[in-house]
Ligand binder design. Sequence first.
Ligand code: ZN
Length: 42
Amino acid sequence: MQCKHVKENGSQCKANSMTNSDFCYLHNPNISEEEKKQGQAR
Ligand SMILES: [Zn+2]
């Protein structure tokens, strides 16, 4: 499955969507900015 997020320039995100989600990690509305930062902290 491909991420369904469409960027401002009209192109679709090419990343694979997460399991149980239509969006990739970066565009998943269920993941807050804080969680993303924590995920990158390691
Ligand atoms: Zn995406």
